[in-house]
Design a protein. Structure first.
Length: 147
């Protein structure tokens, strides 16, 4: 049985060998590029139909399709990642995390933004001073309840 780490490596190798983009793979799956990428990296799962479609698009077998369908164990190997792009997200949360919390609480009340009932879009915006990365996070508000 293929584990998620082996699945991830097989997918990345096949993606590179075929010269595919995440949008190509997502189109085959019928899902967003962001969610498809996350599942292929082992942090989410796919249902059977999209898992089979991803494996087929990549020229990979049933082991990969089965691994894509298994529920992930979401763990990180480093407390603070060293990859500069990922580290900057930690920096953003470190600098603006309390601000984000205050703004959400002010607008919605005491609660959190779901990372389960959630979507994300990543786009590129042309700018003469240097292109901009546009990230839209969209999560359901979940109020804390009293009992």
């Amino acid at each position: 049985m293929m584990n998620k780490a082996e699945m991830k490596q097989a997918i990345l190798d096949a993606k590179d060998a075929k010269g595919l983009k995440w949008s190509d793979i997502a189109k085959a799956a019928g899902l967003s590029p962001e969610y498809t990428c996350s599942a292929c990296l082992g942090m989410n799962h796919l249902d059977k139909k999209p898992a089979d479609a991803v494996a087929k698009a990549l020229g990979l077998g049933k082991e990969v399709a089965s691994a894509l369908q298994r529920f992930p164990l979401k763990t990180w190997t480093q407390t603070v990642p060293t990859d500069p792009l990922i580290y900057r997200w930690y920096e953003i949360v470190g600098v603006y995390g309390e601000t984000i919390k205050e703004m959400i609480n002010e607008k919605f009340g005491d609660g959190i933004m779901s990372a389960i009932d959630f979507s994300m879009e990543i786009d590129r915006q042309a700018d003469p001073k240097g292109d901009r990365v546009v990230v839209k996070l969209n999560g359901k508000f979940l109020p804390y309840k009293s009992w």
